[in-house]
Design a protein around this ligand. Structure first.
Ligand code: WQD
Length: 337
């Protein structure tokens, strides 16, 4: 029996592949390389020593997905494949609704046809919207402020409704906070297309000299230093959270929701200072206007994952800063040569 990872060549998917293999699972990867690189597969072979079965194609292509299920003995699916750039989703909503929503429905229909009813879904803290107060708990109402966020809210709803309609389904919704860092080898890491939207890859690209300076989006928030506070979690901790969530999903039917965060909030300037101190490299920055749609503070109550899954984040800010820099300094152009 194998675990199918859609978007398996992506930032979270590739790191989760490594931890699942370490935990003794067989994995099968699907990716269309719309936001990832074939080079990731070579890196995964180096890290794991295994030739991981891989199928290139889109989750929108039901014939392709059906063939993957028929050629492999799939026990469960971890669904990472989705577009995730907030700004791009505002500019191109149809692209996001089609890829993320229609793609998920296509996947679920093929799973149902193939009799595979166990899914772990890559959701996001973005579903907590603008009106909830941190620390955020899984029972809070969900909402969104952009099409990307709405796709996550809608995909959660689709999965919950499916589990209500058919008691044979096991659905696990994992709400990621802010994943950063990289595998300790520096062979895999975050490689956004174009100019990074997210803070950490922007910091590392300034540090490596690809970008001139960091724009700090606002220093007038109601936080200790006025800059935005988020719950940054090491991507390897996040990957291990998936391994424990999968183990739970394989035996528990119905819908289960978990925050995957550390429960600690750090500001933008906290990260800049921690990065410079850990890696002895400068990150010049300039204070700019707030970014539309940003909230001041967002961090998790991570107690449910600890109580139910036995999972807590193990890595600290030093680890996250060190590993982010090792990846970027070893790969200044990401996976491009
Ligand atoms: C973090 C903080 C910014 C960039 C988003 C998505 C979320 C998830 C993670 C996919 C904020 C500040 C950022 C920069 C800055 N994505 N910042 N300068 O917005 O918390 O979450 O990415 O799943 O769903 O919503 O992450 O890294 O963009 O921003 O000052 O160049 O850094 O204002 O306070 P965010 P982020």
């Amino acid at each position: 029996m194998a675990i199918l990872l859609t978007g398996g060549a992506g930032f979270i998917g590739s790191h989760t592949s490594v931890e699942l293999i370490k935990a003794g699972y067989d994995v099968v990867l699907v990716d269309d390389f719309s936001n990832s690189s074939p080079e990731v597969l070579n890196r995964l072979k180096t890290i794991t020593g295994k030739e991981i079965p891989f199928f290139q194609g889109s989750i929108l292509d039901k014939d392709f997905l059906t063939q993957v299920f028929q050629e492999n003995d799939i026990e469960a699916v971890i669904h990472f494949a989705a577009f995730k750039a907030v700004g791009e989703s505002v500019a191109q909503p149809l692209k996001y609704y089609h890829n993320n929503i229609t793609g998920t429905i296509s996947l679920l229909e093929v799973m149902q046809e193939q009799g595979v009813k166990k899914i772990v879904f890559s959701s996001s803290a973005t579903v907590y919207g603008m009106n909830n107060v941190s620390p955020l708990t899984e029972d809070l109402p969900t909402s969104a402020t952009n099409p990307y966020g709405y796709t996550k809210v809608m995909m959660e709803q689709i999965l919950m409704d499916l589990a209500k309609a058919d008691a044979d389904w096991s659905v696990t919704l994992l709400r990621y906070f802010n994943p950063i860092g990289a595998h300790e080898s520096g062979l895999i890491g975050e490689a956004p297309n174009g100019i990074p939207n997210n803070l950490m890859p922007y910091i590392t690209q300034v540090a490596v000299g690809k970008l001139a300076e960091l724009s700090v989006f606002g220093d007038d928030y109601d936080t200790a230093d006025g800059t935005g506070v988020r719950d940054y979690i090491h991507v390897v901790d996040l990957a291990n959270g998936h391994a424990l969530a999968l183990k739970h999903n394989l035996t528990e039917k119905g819908t289960h929701i978990f925050n995957l965060g550390t429960g600690n909030g750090y500001s933008v300037l906290d990260l800049v200072k921690a990065f410079e101190a850990e890696n002895k490299v400068a990150v010049p920055y300039v204070i700019k206007e707030r970014r539309p749609g940003d909230i001041a503070t967002c961090y998790a109550d991570a107690s449910k994952a600890k109580e139910v899954l036995g999972w807590t984040a193990q890595k600290d800010l030093h680890d996250m800063m060190r590993d982010s820099w090792k990846w970027q300094s070893q790969n200044p152009n990401g996976y491009d040569k």
